[in-house]
Design a protein. Sequence first.
Lengths: 230, 221
Amino acid sequence: MPDAPFPPDSRSRSLWVSGLLLVAVGLWCAVAVAGAPSDATQGVVQKILYVHVPCAFAAYLGFATTAVCSALYLWKPQERFDRVAASGAEVGVLFCTLNILSGPIWAKATWGHWWAWDPRLTVTLMLWFIYLAYLLLRSFTEGSERTARFAAVYGLLGFLAVPLNYLAIDLFGGAAMHPDNLERDSLGAGMGLPFLASVVTGIAAFVYLLLLRVDLGARKLDAAARELGV
Amino acid sequence: MSTLLAILWKDLTIELRSRERVLAMGVFSLLVVVVFHFSLPGGATSATRDTAPGLLWIAYVFAALLGLGRSFSLELENDALSGIAMAPAEQGWVFLGKAAANWVILGVVQALTALVFGLVFQLDLAPVALPLAGVVALGSLGLCAVGTLASAVAARTRLREVILPVLLLPVLWPVLRGAVRATSELLATGEVPFEAIQFLIVTDGVYLIVSFLVFEYVLDE
């Protein structure tokens, strides 16, 4: 019998708890963002911030999950580490896609064009390609053990782009159109709490989707084991 | 260290006898340079000369993709890769040997390509030949470090010719950025671009160390 990360009861309990938590913080976020002041120069379009940035943080979390579980898999090759690593990459790519899609809507309204080769935009796009490549690698490799091992190596290598992305403004400054990182007080008055609510919601959505994907992986494995009569 | 030298000697001996990689990469990169010239409006104008460093590096990357793809696929013949995997040697040194061989082979192709590139785009590369060789060598080091690792992974997958560029190009971004910037500054000012070179050295170092450490996991019997 393959090792499961959690027993089925514990899995469905975790899903319920994280689902309820997501609904709760989602409602808090909706109220907070609706009441948040609009930016004086950008107007209401600036509220994309409350989707765009949390999606970036959730994507970072997904890729960090992949990197940590990849390292764990290389250290102790257990199927559960690979399953969580693959789930982290899938959910990370989803949030990274949302981040890349929401950015141009904001950019068109504020910068006047859909896309600019700003350092952070460029590195985010590369990050998206890296984890798409990670998912392609998984589908092109035969044998579950080899797939897990190769994916773990690439998942670790790809994660090097995450700190590069966060530090892109400082490292490649110059023509950067994105504002500095958050510790530089780039948020306007009254936007702090709605922003916090949106980040918490983004993290809750990430946790829920990750657990859902890990559970799906476990169910697939159980079904395959039953089919083989193991 | 002896493993590194043994693998380097083996790969270079195979290449010296067959000359298949250098020939294929060389002809391909020359073709790329000529195609660039035909496809750019007006051929070698001052505007296209401004983009020359980027075009040169695209030609290098295309050539490298051909050579890197062959680097491990040739080890699949007679299952030589299993022999390397089972050899009583530190696998990281095998990686360094393969990467060094790729670096030397790519270097030969790059020198030839730069020569033709200068002629086609009417660039006088002679005054900056030595520092340019240093910049290209540094850029290629990062390219070969991460490329050799990606090639080892791709060799054992389905559609390996397709997956190699998909795996390599996104992680190559910092190396390409540093190399193109260093080449641009060098060609524009004639001075050694220390900031871009520092960035390249750090990137090369990180990729070499990470690839050295994880290489044992991509070799299997």
